[in-house]
Design a protein around this ligand. Structure first.
Ligand code: OX2
Ligand code: PLP
Length: 839
């Protein structure tokens, strides 16, 4: 039938199973077969996407064997399972990663090439599931990889948004948001499980009643009912047979509900209900670290949490007579407060539906949950107004009142006559518009609370959860973030990975501490040369990509100075662009100035409603327009804003960076994970003493890190003393020149009003101390420029950065969670044939 891949007639080759075989011949046959039977195409009419789909199905078959073996093993042994509850998973494309983890890159590459296709092209076609905003969602994805690699039984629970994070286009320098239709061409990695659907109630009211035994109980009469359909995606570990499940919920109408209306002729009403049910999981809220007090958002949170807890209870009861030992079976981790309604929901399920006595239910709940806080920014701390909350979740509000009352009784016992403390600790904020403080609910309902880097965890104890820390110091700990070296080194930077493995073997991929063995190589001139060659090639790759995307030509020998992350004032992309303008002015004033040629690369999305962030994007693009087209500047400065920063683009850019910009105001970036990815790929960091930067600097050595700026206590002190940013402007000629140039309309075709809101906010308030840190940043950047001139020494520092990054593998992070919070052990998965008869 097919002209493709049909030279499998060698009688010496025993024919392998097409769905599990790993030889090149079998892979070719499977590819051809899937193209024909699953895509319904033959090569002559197949699109690139058809070929991608055929390959993805070929790989999925190999995963399925591992996945089902994993299911079966977990079913048969009574180990604990981690359930990671996260409203976001920023997974990135699956295909390449699965090839790495399966150890199948080479045979698949050969099979694909012998079939007349290019593996790189097929990998590049995959639409990434952008089911997250930034660091928090990407962390969840790295954790799933590490959990599987460490063979820890785990289920990731989340939401299958039909539209993930928007695609960003830049038009006339402004961000334009485009709907992310990631499911448009189908998703070969997921399997829908409609047979495991669950029902979720919303709205309505509650009613007390007395049961047959005379017990007082409460019944929740829902206003509407939504169905949750699970979609499962296998997450395979690196070179192990463990494939854990990522279970994402899609909302649908619960048909039985609509039928009554349908029967009385209200067809429109019935269909509309169906539509509003489906709306629940329609779209990801695109705000990073800024709450949107929208009803639909609360409904999304509750929906996925309820589906997930009901699912866990079903799994538990399939094999246990009661829920008495639920917490021994499941360790549930809440990724920030987005799933924190889980505390009240588990109580409701235990008390109302399974008739547990309150105290017992509470003990189970507390033993089940752990809570990770990811931010101290007040605008990101979730609060729900009582009326909104009570209308959607009337029963949960009652339960939260009860939790709060019992909790505050405990506080009263310990601190009698301390009304202020009670008010500070109350889950219900009584000041102003009354609201539920979700971080407090999560804290009270968990046995473990952690921050995501040492400084951040310390600040959690000193600030937002101070009173809770005084109450229960033993509950608090730190778990410094990490990232997976599989995606962020092996997959994204094969050149560097191969160079490293050629010298120290490939054990580092699973045990990142082994990178330490690279240290002595930093002193070998030959190795440094190889290193620089790799770096140059990777930079050339990025330069080519930039050219295809923007038509701009960049010089791969210039210093690639990169800031990619969500656009936010606290991350201070504006501080970076002020430095660019400063350099520009220096050259204009002294055209023969000997500056290190630099390419400034920016990427990141702004929340659609975050005006200042969008204006910062416009400013960067406006500066780029002027600088890139000024003949006196020539090749010395180039400014690039690459649209649509996402995981795929991250994989191209982290490896190519020379300098990593981690310049948040001290105390504001909880951890950062981009900082780790850069450093692991041999970029040097220019950064403040914030988040995980502090620990990165400790590891790589202060001499291999460009530090600047106010410390957290200095930031606090400066603000407390009545910070006047305009004084910095008046007293610093460099800063004044930069601000004046922007305000003159120089970058905005004479429009002096365009950037005023940004400049006025900096001159008037500058809550993130951009002006206070400006000169220190410029000075530090001058050191960077000088240091780059000594390429030998730069390479040495870069090698040492990589060699000392072992700590920042998410494997280490997950091991710490597993030991300190989840008390969970690995379970080895052996591969066996689950359907020996092919049945
Ligand atoms: C982010 C934090 O801002 C970032 O510092 C951290 O590295 C990341 O979470 C993973 O821990 N939304 N995003 C974050 O926090 C919140 C809330
Ligand atoms: N967005 C993407 C696509 C990422 O890969 C990362 C990296 O961790 C982030 C956002 C978070 O970046 P940062 O830690 O610099 O805020």
């Amino acid at each position: 039938h097919l002209p493709m891949a049909f030279n499998t007639t060698n009688p010496l080759i025993q024919v392998e199973d097409d769905r599990t075989g790993l030889s090149v011949e079998t892979l070719k046959r499977a590819l051809a077969d899937n193209l024909f039977y699953l895509q319904g195409k033959f090569p002559a009419i197949a699109t690139k996407n058809d070929c991608y789909m055929a390959l993805a199905y070929t790989i999925r078959d190999r995963l399925l064997q591992r996945w089902l073996n994993t299911f079966q093993t977990y079913l048969n042994c009574d180990n604990r399972v981690v359930c990671y509850l996260s409203a976001e998973y920023l997974l990135g494309p699956h295909l390449g990663n699965n090839l790495i983890n399966l150890g199948l890159w080479e045979p698949v590459q050969q099979a694909v090439e012998e079939s007349g296709l290019s593996l790189d092209e097929l990998i590049d076609i995959e639409e990434e599931p952008g089911l997250g905003n930034g660091g928090l969602g990407r962390l969840a994805a790295c954790f799933m990889d590490s959990l599987a690699t460490l063979e820890i039984p785990a289920i990731g629970y989340g939401i299958r948004y039909e539209f993930g994070i928007f695609d960003q286009e830049i038009k006339d320098g402004w961000q334009v948001e485009i709907t992310d239709k990631w499911l448009q061409l189908g998703n070969p990695w997921e399997i829908a499980r409609p047979e495991s659907a669950v029902l979720v109630k919303l709205g309505g009211h509650t009613e007390p009643y007395t049961d047959d035994q005379g017990n007082y109980r409460v019944r929740w009469i829902a206003g509407s009912l939504v169905k949750g359909i699970p979609y499962d995606t296998p997450i395979l570990g690196y070179k192990v047979s463990t494939a854990n499940n990522l279970r994402l919920w899609k909302s649908e109408a619960a048909e039985s509900f609509d039928f009554q209306r349908f029967n009385v002729g209200d067809y429109y009403g019935a269909v509309q209900d169906k539509m509003s049910s489906e709306n629940l999981t329609k779209v990801l809220y695109p705000n990073d670290e800024q709450i949107q007090g929208k009803e639909l958002r609360l409904a999304q949170q509750y929906f996925f949490v309820s589906c997930s807890l009901q699912d866990m209870i079903r799994i538990h009861l399939s094999d246990n007579p009661t829920l008495e030992n639920f917490h021994e079976h499941f360790a549930v981790q809440m990724n920030d407060t987005h799933p924190s309604i889980a505390v009240a929901e588990l109580m409701r399920l235990l008390v109302d539906e399974h008739h547990y006595e309150w105290q017992r239910a509470w003990a189970i709940t507390e033993a089940t949950f752990g809570f990770t806080n990811h931010t101290l920014l007040p605008e990101a701390l979730e609060k729900w107004s009582l009326p909104l909350f009570g209308e959607m979740l009337p029963r949960h509000l009652e339960i939260i009142y009860e939790i709060n009352q019992r909790f505050l009784d405990q506080v009263r016992m310990k601190y009698p006559n301390d009304g202020d403390r009670l008010a500070r600790l109350s889950i219900i904020d009584e000041a102003g518009e009354k609201s539920v403080r979700m971080a407090y609910l999560a804290t009270v309902g968990s046995h473990a609370i952690n921050g995501v880097a040492a400084l951040h965890s310390q600040l959690v104890k000193e600030t937002i959860l101070k009173d809770f820390y005084e109450l229960w110091p033993e509950k608090f700990s730190n778990k410094t973030n990490g990232v997976t070296p599989r995606r962020w080194m092996v997959l994204s930077n094969p050149r560097l990975s191969n160079l490293i493995s050629s010298r120290i073997g490939d054990g580092w991929i699973k045990n990142l501490d082994e990178l330490k063995q690279l240290e002595p190589f930093a002193d070998l001139a030959g190795f440094r040369q190889d290193w620089c060659k790799v770096k140059r090639e990777v930079k050339q790759d990025l330069a080519r990509y930039i050219h295809t995307r923007t038509d701009l030509v960049v010089n791969p020998d210039s210093l690639f100075d990169v800031q990619v992350k969500r656009i936010h004032e606290y991350k201070r992309q504006h501080l970076n662009i002020l430095h660019v303008i400063h350099l520009y002015l220096q050259i204009k004033n002294n055209p023969n100035l000997d500056v290190t040629p630099r390419t400034f690369i920016y990427g990141g999305k702004a929340a659609p409603g975050y005006f200042t962030a969008k204006l910062i994007i416009k400013l960067i693009n406006s500066v780029a327009d002027v600088v890139n087209n000024d003949p006196t500047i020539g090749d010395r400065l180039k400014v690039i804003f690459l649209p649509d920063y996402n995981v795929k683009f991250g994989q191209r850019v982290y490896p190519a960076a020379d300098l990593s910009e981690q310049i948040s105001t001290a105390g504001k970036e909880a951890s950062g994970t981009g900082n780790m990815k850069f450093s692991m790929n041999g970029a040097l960091t220019i950064g403040t003493l914030d988040g995980a930067n502090i620990e990165i600097r400790e590891e790589v050595g202060a001499e291999n890190f460009f530090l600047f700026g106010l410390t957290t206590p200095e930031v606090e002190k400066t603000l407390a003393e009545g910070y006047q940013p305009w004084e910095y402007y008046n007293n610093n000629a460099n800063l004044k020149a930069v601000v004046d140039l922007i305000n003159s309309g120089f970058f905005s075709h004479g429009d002096t009003a365009l950037f005023r809101p940004l400049m006025d906010s900096l001159l008037g308030q500058d809550p993130y101390l951009v002006f206070a840190d400006f000169q220190a940043y410029v000075d530090c950047q001058n050191q960077v420029g000088e240091a780059y001139k000594d390429q030998e020494n730069w390479a040495r520092m870069a090698i040492l950065n990589v060699a000392r990054m072992g700590k920042f593998s998410s494997d280490r992070t997950i091991r710490e969670y597993a030991e300190d919070i989840w008390a969970i052990k690995p379970v080895v998965i052996e591969l066996e044939d689950l359907c020996p008869d092919g049945q």
